[in-house]
Every structure is written in C-alpha cells, then in structure tokens.
Ligand binder design. Structure first.
Ligand SMILES: NC(=O)c1ccc[n+]([C@@H]2O[C@H](COP(=O)([O-])OP(=O)(O)OC[C@H]3O[C@@H](n4cnc5c(N)ncnc54)[C@H](O)[C@@H]3O)[C@@H](O)[C@H]2O)c1
Ligand SMILES: C[N+](C)(C)CC=O
Length: 485
C-alpha cells in the first residue's frame, strides 16, 4: 500500500493471494488492508489537501505531472499489459490496447488541467463583478472493479489529480497488480506525498470506510448496482458527492437492412469480448424478425469457433471468467434461463478441453425465444451469455431496448440513417453507437442513465465531477444600505 509517500504493509500484517484465473496459480501476495489503514490514508490525503500546495500549484505544472504519468505508462506498457493479463485472464492484445487507452486518458486530462480559467458572468447588480470558478472537491475516495482494473482506475486518477484533488484509491481486492504498479509510476512522475494514496483490501472494510468517512468529500465508484446502493447510503452520512459507474444490460438492435456480415461479426464482439465481463456488453440482441433465423444460424456457427485459451497465446480470442465464484454465478443464470423457457442454442456449459480445466472457463452461450419478462433478459449476467429477442417495427425495437432498469449503452445497425437517428434519439442510455459497438475514448463522456450510474467519467464532464463551482461576487462601490437604522 502507498500512504503519505511510503510503501507500507497492512497494520494487521494480513495478506491475500492473487490468483491467475487461467490456471489458478498464485501470481502475487498482496497486503490486505482494513478500515484502520484506510483511515490513515484518508488522513494523509486530508492533510495534503488542506495544506494546499497541490490544489494551488499552477495548473500547468499539475498537468505536466499528470502528462508524465501517461509517458511512464507508455514506457512500461508491455510490463503493465502482461500484469493485467496475468491478473484478469484477458488476452494480452486486449491488455495492450487498454494500456494505450490509459496513457491517452492521462494525456487528455493533463491537457485539460489548465484550460478552465473560470467565467465572468453578467451581474444584474450595478457596479459589481461576478465570476464563476471551478475548484477541486477535496479528498476523493475511489473504488474500482476487477474487469478493467487499470483502465477504470485511470478514469478516476487522471481527472482527480489534474483538477487538484487528493485521493485514496481502493482497487478490487482480486486484481490489484497494475494499480500498484501505476502508483509506483505516479511516485516517479513526482506526485507529492499524501496526494495519491493506495489502500488494498476488501470492499466491506476498506471500501466501506472510504464511503462513510467524513473526511472524504467525494466517492467515485465503479462496480455493481447493489454495492453502489450500499455506498450511496454510507455516503449520505456526510452528504459527500457521489459519482457512480454501474452495470448494464445493453441492447444491440439489428434491422433487416443492416450490413449482414458486419452486424453478425460485431454482435459476437459486442457480447463475447473479454468473456462478456464488460459493463457495456451487448448482451441483449434485438433482431428484426424477418432475418432472425438466418442471423442466429450464422451467430451460432461462429460462436462454436471462438477460441478460448491462455491470454498470452496469440491465437486465443477469449480468456476465462475472473473467479470460480463468478463462473458459478454465470452458471446459475444459465439454469434460470433454461427454467424460464428460453431456448439454449449453443454453449451452456464448461468447455471439455483438458487444457482449460484449471481455468474458470465457460463456453460462449446463446439463448433464443427470449422475452423481456425473463430474468435472463433483465439481469446483468456479466459473462458470455447472449439473449435473442425479435421485433417488427422500429417503435417496438425502442420499446424493448428501453425495457430495463439499466441505461448504460446500446447500438443500432441499419443502413437507413433516418431510422438510426429515430432509434438513437429514443434510447435512454448514456452512449448510443450507430453501426458500431464498444468505442469509448477519453474525449467523450461515459456513464449511465437510470440505474447504470450517476455522473460521468471521461470528457470535460469527467473532469467537472472532480470540481466544485464557486460564484465570487465583488461589490466595486460598497456603501451602507441602511436597512437597519
Ligand atoms: N459503468 C461502467 O463504466 C462499469 C465499468 C466496469 C464495471 N462496471 C460494473 O462493475 C461490476 C463488476 O465489478 P465487481 O464485481 O468488481 O463489482 P463489485 O460491486 O462487487 O465491486 C466493485 C468494487 O467495490 C468494492 N466493494 C464491495 N463491497 C463494498 C462496500 N460495501 N463498500 C465499498 N466498496 C465495496 C469491491 O471491493 C470492488 O473494489 C458489474 O456490474 C459491471 O457492470 C461498470
Ligand atoms: C467502461 N468499459 C467499457 C471500459 C468497461 C466496462 O466494463
């Protein structure tokens, strides 16, 4: 753990083994912090913020430090990518792309650091001046999940630092490796002591302390809805600001006039990329009834050919689930789907390949004959499971797509631009892709409608989450008003 500029063991001296989900080998032993460690880190961040040298440092200097972190990530990209693949099982090619994205996130927010000089507004009061400025929120608690460990950390670290906050980060207890490494790089880049602190450990101890502690001014969380609700309740105790990136059950709408080859290819990628462990996975395929049979037949054929394996093998297309526990959750959803009457057309079990037997693998799975009242359609499985529904009109497609508590992302495939725009305008989601699936980048805000989140990461809006707005009014000719004689 990294607290107040020092690398420390947990006070309890407890440790946790970090497991490679491909073969269950122990790849590292991490210290296991608890609420006491979190309190120490929060105190360090509080002192660093209140002392003020980071928040009042010229923004261009802060930006230069954030930029340096991006350069160091580029320098150590291969090492970081390998760590991420060891820790999550994702393909090393995907990890390399994540690391390149992550460096860009630091570059982007570094560039924003000195761009907001505040705004002079038109005061209605004579002989006065009014301006609105943005200031850092203060001490930020940041909690991240296991599916994109460093990417989700970067979306929080870069804007928080660039806008002058101090922070305490808690990565997922099962995938801390790349986050630890990036804290080493932040130290090397010159982030002053106490400004960025790292506490490893479980959500119920370290995470809960970050959520409830009164010295934390903002809690930024990426993870599941149920955890989000718990954190929201704890955060209400001191009314800290909250920024939440939660789950999704994202529709992928394919009209009959879509380019067939591209739509099939991308429907596979939408749901099975990273074994479906993606918040924005296209887990609900809504396909126009007239092409359903042909589309599903082609999908099934290609699904059977997906190559599962070791993320370090260049021909592996998908790795394992993150843990035994998570695979069991996916398996239980497949049973639920079968019992609800959905038709299992491919997958639905663990692979039989003996080379995969030590990993937490699960075959890519497709259910047809699905209806929106089924749990398998409504709930986030967060694994390689696709449900297929049909529609006849664009209005029906929109109605089915929006029939969910989630609102993270969705896609529409058609060659008719007016139809695409009709759908895009009506989807109640933070991101809509037209004839594509999955793109996200530092310049565009990311986040959810409805129960998929509160606030935004990335883009200017992702920086603004880490600021408070202040109105400064100056009376240029103060004189007594004599209300009270
Ligand atoms: N919207 C997005 O951008 C986005 C991105 C990635 C993942 N996700 C979501 O994350 C979920 C998967 O991640 P997960 O299984 O790690 O989620 P999770 O909610 O189980 O855990 C996320 C983090 O919260 C911590 N935590 C757990 N209990 C806590 C508590 N009581 N108080 C404070 N912290 C606590 C965990 O230790 C972990 O660090 C999925 O629902 C996925 O959709 C969303
Ligand atoms: C936000 N994203 C797509 C990078 C990861 C979601 O799990």
């Amino acid at each position: 753990m990294y607290i107040n500029g020092e690398w420390l063991h947990a006070k309890s001296e407890k440790t946790r083994e970090i497991i490679n989900p491909f073969n269950q080998e122990v790849i590292a032993t991490a210290v296991e912090g608890n609420a006491e460690d979190a309190k120490t880190a929060i105190q360090a961040a509080r002192v660093a913020f209140d002392e003020g040298s980071w928040s009042t440092m010229p923004a261009s200097e802060r930006g230069a430090i954030v930029n340096k972190i991006g350069s160091l990530i580029e320098r150590d990209l291969e090492e970081l990518a390998e760590l991420e693949t060891l820790d999550t099982g994702k393909t090393v090619q995907e990890s390399r792309e994540d690391m390149a994205d992550i460096a860009n996130v630091f570059f982007y927010f570094a560039g924003l650091a000195d761009k907001d000089g505040g705004e002079v507004i038109a005061s209605p009061i004579p002989n006065s001046e009014s301006k609105v400025v943005r200031e850092p929120v203060g001490v930020c608690g940041q909690i991240t999940p296991w599916n994109y460990p460093l990417l989700q950390a970067a979306w929080k670290l870069a804007p928080a630092l660039a806008s002058g906050n101090t922070l305490v980060m808690k990565p997922s207890e099962i995938t801390p490796l790349t986050t630890v490494k990036v804290f080493e790089l932040m130290e090397e880049a010159g982030v002053p002591k106490g400004v960025a602190n790292l506490v490893l450990g479980a959500g119920k101890s370290v995470g809960a302390e970050l959520a409830s502690n009164h010295d934390v001014d903002l809690i930024s969380f990426t993870g599941g809805i149920e955890t989000g609700k718990t954190i929201m309740q704890a955060a209400s105790d001191n009314m800290k600001k909250i920024a939440f990136e939660l789950g999704g059950k994202n529709p992928n709408i394919v009209f009959a006039d879509a380019d067939f080859e591209t739509a099939v290819d991308q429907a596979l990628n939408a749901v099975f990329f990273h074994a479906g462990q993606v918040c924005s996975a296209g887990a609900r395929l809504l396909v126009e009834e007239s092409i359903h049979d042909e589309f599903v037949e082609e999908l099934v054929e290609r699904t059977k050919r997906i190559k599962l394996g070791n993320g370090f093998d260049e021909d592996t297309q998908s790795g394992p689930m993150i843990s035994a526990e998570h695979r069991e959750k996916v398996e239980s959803y497949v049973e639920i789907g079968k019992n609800e009457g959905a038709k299992l057309v491919v997958g639905g079990k663990r692979p039989e390949d003996p080379e995969l037997e030590d990993g937490f693998f699960y075959l890519p799975t497709i259910f047809t004959n699905c209806t929106s009242d089924m749990r398998i359609v409504q709930e986030e499985v967060f694994g390689p499971v696709l449900t297929v529904e049909t529609f006849q009109t664009k209005e029906e497609a929109v109605q089915l797509a929006n029939d969910t508590i989630y609102g993270l992302a969705g896609a529409v495939w058609t060659q008719d631009l007016s139809k695409a725009e009709f759908v895009a305008a009506r989807l109640r989601m933070g991101t809509v892709w037209i004839n594509d699936f999955h793109p996200y980048f530092a310049q565009a805000p990311w986040g959810g409608y409805k129960q998929s989140g509160i606030g935004r990461e990335l883009g200017r809006e992702g920086m603004e989450e880490y600021t408070e707005l202040k109105h400064i009014f100056r009376n240029k000719q103060p004189k007594p008003i004599k209300w009270f004689k």
